[in-house]
Design a protein around this ligand. Sequence first.
Ligand code: D5M
Ligand code: FE
Ligand code: ZN
Length: 491
Amino acid sequence: MQENIINKFIDANILLNDTAYQKIQTYKDSFKLSESLIEDLAPTTEDLLILTGEIIDQYLKNGKKDLSNIENNIQKNISPPQSKLVPSPPFDFKILKDTSRKSYTNGEIKDFSAYFGSRYHKLKEILLRKKELKTPQTMREAENMQDLVKVIGMVNDVRATKNNHKLFELEDETGVANVLVHNENTSLFEKAEMVVKDEVLGVVGTRKGSLLMASQLINPGIPRIDEKPMDFSTVFLSDTHIGSSTFLEDAFLNFINWINGNNGDKEQEKIADNVRYLIVAGDIVDGIGVYPNQDKELIIKDIYEQYDEAARLFGEIDGIQIIIAPGNHDASRLAEPQPSIPEEYAKELYKLKNVAFVSNPALISLEGINVLIYHGRSFDDFAMTVKGMSHQESDLIMKELLEKRHLAPIYGERTPLASEVEDHLVIEDIPDVFHTGHVHINAYKKYKGIHLINSGTFQSQTEFQKIYNIIPTCAQVPVLNKGSMKLLKFT
Ligand code: D5M
Ligand code: FE
Ligand code: ZN
């Protein structure tokens, strides 16, 4: 379906499910049908209609008169999470990017062409700014060129040849190129080992028969940034997994005492004094049925009660703006981007005045310091498929994601991606801080002026993690104290 038709539904606050999408797409005059659906069904500006295939069938049969169950598909009065912010000084906290209200399909539409098109175009724009890639050729044009070829494409497939060179297929709208990286070119070969499926890449090289022999592989990349002054502190948490028997409650209570100024030595007390913001990058609760036999390790077996318990604990924290994003254990849609944790699951947490909820990923500003929050599900794909990468060193993966300018490039492995009209996982803005979790192992590195932080966990090793040999670093909390990193231990 044409993007402009989808956009019309978006503007009218209508969200399409997969069958509705298919029906409209295959209707003979899909444009006209869309116009009349929008005119007759669009909800008020505050509400959101989820348009299903059945509603369309009813509509086509009886017009707008007999749409008895349409009310069930209207979500009332959805206000953006921004409305809950605590604006009063000294907090200066803004949500710069949140996808909670920008997911215009229910995430299940199987036609990924718009999504990958958006990814390709956004990243191509960034690549076109590079001097090596000025005036590139399309794949079709490049087919007939012998000398210097410059192309931009999405990686379809990466493999090793018999002789252990790297071969990958690069695609744009006009065709494909088979790119070969020779293993004798050591530095280029090392770079080729970082290439993953579905990333967008620039290649410079020469043609040899049906192959494009690469001499340069060019990532969208990021520039070095100047560090901004910070006169306050921010605390980074993730993966508390409240509700699990492996949640380290005593250590967490020590942490709460510290942040409230009641625990710690002189230096730690001083740091606590400076804290204005606390970010939680997902997996705040353990959830239900996330992996086989998880229930054997749950103390709280009801997801609502897990969030109630989270509200009781986080409710102890005073005078600090808390920002919570979801992870793969939370009660949000699993496909990324994940909208913020829905209020219906976390009523008590939503009652806390100092808590704001954002999507995964999200970009926020703390007094002008931009923080990119991402839970980190795609780390599993990198740890499992890219040579030299592991759960232990998520900072290396974060660095690579920044250079690729995408939070979860690999499609079809462990990270479920939602089919959206726009790819919100492209890293469009360079953050000052990149905060992640998920691996349960702390990591920190300063890369090109950006703080890369993985905030570890408050959960001891689970049976599931034993299988993957994941040894968590527990109850160690990174604090960016006036610009310098401190790791505080609460065991
Ligand atoms: O993830 C907890 C830990 O388990 C974290 O180190 C990632 C790892 N993990 C989770 N799922 C997978 C899969 N499917 N493959 C490999 N490693 C995985 P959590 O999200 O808290 O369960
Ligand atoms: Fe986790
Ligand atoms: Zn996780």
